[in-house]
Each structure stands twice: as structure tokens, then as C-alpha cells.
Write a protein that binds this ligand. Structure first.
Ligand code: HEM
Length: 347
């Protein structure tokens, strides 16, 4: 049977989309001009959130495979899709400019008609935070989360929280990094410390070099290194010491071809956190200039709640932490010839 030819309006289901704006003030008989913009901008956000979930779901499916093969297109696919998420987030930050053409008085013309609706009830946004790795226990303002969202959406987000998050999948992937388990790759490695320890001799070396770069004010970083990368003492990171070591190694030797995709992956996570935080920051400023210190339509403390969420909801802060433990390139321990070969394209 031959396919029906598709027509633009039908293919895009524009009849549905273009009839999905019903400003409350228009129904009341006193149309507030800016309510149309307010609805359309939120709808545009929700469509982009949908696309972000689509990209993230596909990346999660690839990562869920027991062994993501770094020599296959799998990793490239994930890097590509997470890069796309970053690009979409940048657009979402920019979109705030459009809404800021609305003045506070324009907003007051319809604001009371919205109650108790609020962007807080965007379950796609909450689900995105959860899917990336924000656990309920780490949420700021848990009371609003439970009181403002409809039970069916709380259930949906709780379900996502119980599944492996993107951050947990990254942890598993990092821990699998094969270079330290294979002794053949270190046969001709020239250690500078010669000390044997429970950790690979490379980390002994790196620890020594790193310590020698610290100024007196930074001396606390030496203990922090042992805690974060060698697992000594209380842990303050979400990622395990083994995952943190792998991530640091990727950052240190990212110039080698095999590490470029893993490096890009870490960059993308930093970009996602940065764009989400930038969006939150711009949203807070917009809220401040629109409603000052008045409470939100959803009933939260408004600006204060949003500031708390901005400070607390970084998901990939462990990757940002790595920068405290980098050193000059020229002081990096030289890898063994075997490992250098393995990290090249023709290894
Ligand atoms: C006039 C413009 C806006 C104002 C005054 C405003 C105000 C607020 C306030 C006060 C809150 C805190 C929750 C509450 O009590 O209501 C909030 C949360 C939120 N808003 Fe907006 N908002 C605006 C535009 C937008 C837009 C365009 C979006 C796009 C989707 C959005 C998405 C969100 C989200 C996702 C939250 C929850 C943030 C979190 O929990 O960290 N808002 N908004």
C-alpha cells in the first residue's frame, strides 16, 4: 500500500498546537495583551524540555548497556546528544529576553488569574533534574515539591528517582576505565616515588607532584586530595574515589586521542550544570523585576526559594571540583610508552 502524502499542517499537527492557547483574561472578557506571550513562551519551554528528555533518554539507554564500548560509535552518540542538550539549554536561557519585554504592570493585568498555577508545577523540569541526578533528599524546598505538584506527577518523578540517574551511569562508566587494571600498560613506567601503596603507583606520583604545587594557603587541598581521590576519611563527593580518579585522569591527559570523547563528555556535564544555573539565575532576576519580593503564584517564598534551588541543585559539581586538583602540563608524570600507544589512534 502506498503511503499517504504528508501535508505540512497535518505532519506538524498545527491544528492542535495553534489552538492550544486559551488566555484566562480573554475568557473573562478583558483581554490582557501579554498573556498570549506568557502562554506561548511557557509552551515553547515545555516543547524544548520534551526534546531534552528525548535526547537524555536515548543517551541513558546507550549507557545502560553493560559495557559501553569506547571503541564503538556508542560513546560518540552520547557525546553528540548531550552536546545537543547544552545547545538547547542555551536557547532556553536566551528566551528569557523575550519574556522580559513584558513589564510588571503588563503582568499584573493577568497574574491573579493564574493562581495557583506556577512554573514550579513543570513536572518535565523536575523530572529533568531527577533524571540528571538530583535526589529528593538533596532538593531545596522539599515541602513545595510535595504540596505543589499533583500526586500523579510526584509519582512520576519518584519513579525516575528510583531508576539509575545519568550521574550514576557516569559513575559506572568512569569506574570501568581500563588503563589502571592492565599492568602490561605500565611495564616501562618511570615512577618518581617508587612507593608501593594500595593505590596505583601513578597516583602516588601524582599526589607528590600535586602537593609540591600547593601554596601555604592551599595546604588543606592535600588532605582533600587524599579524601576525594584515595578514599581516606569522610567522603563529600557523590562520585566515588575510583570514579573521581578516572575523571581526573581524563582531564589531565585529554590531549591523547582516545580520551577526547570522554573529556568532551565531562565538558558537556559542566556545560549542562552551567546552563541550568544560568537559566535559574536569569529566571530569579526576571522574577525579581516582575514581582519584587511578593510570593509566587505557586505559594513558595518566590525569590528566596529560587535562590536556594540555584545554590543547591548543581548535579555535576564533582566535575567542577576536579579543577582544584590540576597542575601545569609540563609537570604531569610521563606515561609509559605502552600506555601512550594505547591512548593513541593506532594503539
Ligand atoms: C513573569 C514571568 C515569571 C515569573 C514572575 C515566575 C515566577 C516564579 C516563581 C515565584 C517561582 C517559585 C515557585 C512559586 O511559588 O510559584 C517559579 C518557579 C519556576 N518557574 Fe517561573 N516565573 C516566570 C516565568 C517562567 C517561565 C517562562 C518558565 C519556563 C518554563 C518558568 C519556569 C519555572 C520553573 C521550572 C520553576 C521551578 C524552579 C525550581 O523549582 O527550581 N517560569 N517561577
Amino acid at each position: 500500500m502506498s503511503r499517504q502524502p504528508v501535508e505540512y499542517t497535518e505532519y506538524l499537527q498545527l491544528e492542535k498546537i495553534l489552538h492550544a492557547q486559551e488566555p484566562e483574561s480573554f475568557k473573562e472578557g478583558t483581554p490582557a495583551h501579554d498573556e498570549m506571550l506568557f502562554i506561548i513562551i511557557h509552551q515553547a519551554y515545555e516543547l524544548w524540555f520534551k526534546q531534552i528528555h528525548f535526547e537524555l533518554d536515548s543517551a541513558i539507554r546507550v549507557m545502560l548497556q553493560e559495557e559501553v564500548n569506547d571503541n564503538s560509535p556508542a560513546l560518540q552518540t552520547i557525546v553528540h546528544r548531550t552536546s545537543r542538550i547544552v545547545t538547547i539549554l542555551k536557547v532556553l536561557v536566551q528566551q528569557i529576553d523575550i519574556l522580559e519585554t513584558m513589564t510588571p504592570l503588563d503582568f499584573h493585568d493577568f497574574r491573579d488569574l493564574l493562581r495557583p498555577a506556577s512554573g514550579f508545577q513543570s513536572w518535565q523540569f523536575k523530572m529533568l533534574e531527577a533524571r540528571l541526578g538530583l535526589k529528593f533528599d538533596h532538593r531545596y524546598g522539599q515541602e513545595y515539591y510535595l504540596s505543589q505538584l499533583k500526586p500523579q506527577y510526584v509519582d512520576l518523578i519518584k519513579k525516575v528517582e528510583a531508576e539509575p540517574t545519568w550521574l550514576e551511569l557516569l559513575e559506572r562508566w568512569l569506574v570501568r576505565m581500563p588503563f589502571f587494571a592492565d599492568q602490561d600498560l605500565w611495564q616501562h613506567y618511570q615512577s618518581i616515588t617508587k612507593e608501593s601503596s594500595e593505590h596505583h603507583v601513578f597516583w602516588n606520583d601524582y599526589r607528590e607532584v600535586y602537593r609540591s604545587t600547593l601554596s601555604a594557603e592551599e595546604s588543606g587541598n592535600a588532605d582533600a586530595f587524599d579524601r576525594i581521590f584515595l578514599g581516606q576519611g569522610e567522603q563529600h563527593t557523590t562520585l566515588s574515589p575510583a570514579a573521581m580518579r578516572a575523571a581526573l585522569f581524563i582531564k589531565l591527559y585529554s590531549g591523547y586521542p582516545i580520551l577526547q570523547q570522554p573529556f568532551q563528555m565531562i565538558q558537556n556535564m559542566l556545560d549542562i550544570d552551567e546552563q541550568m544555573a544560568t537559566w535559574r539565575f536569569r529566571h530569579i532576576n526576571m522574577v525579581h523585576r516582575m514581582i519584587g519580593s511578593r510570593v509566587g503564584t505557586g505559594g513558595s517564598t518566590g525569590k528566596e526559594y529560587l535562590q536556594g534551588a540555584l545554590n543547591k541543585h548543581y548535579v555535576f559539581r564533582d566535575f567542577a571540583l576536579l579543577s582544584s586538583f590540576l597542575i601545569e602540563r609540563k609537570r604531569l608524570p610521563e606515561l609509559s610508552p605502552e600506555l601512550q600507544k594505547r591512548l593513541g589512534f593506532w594503539g
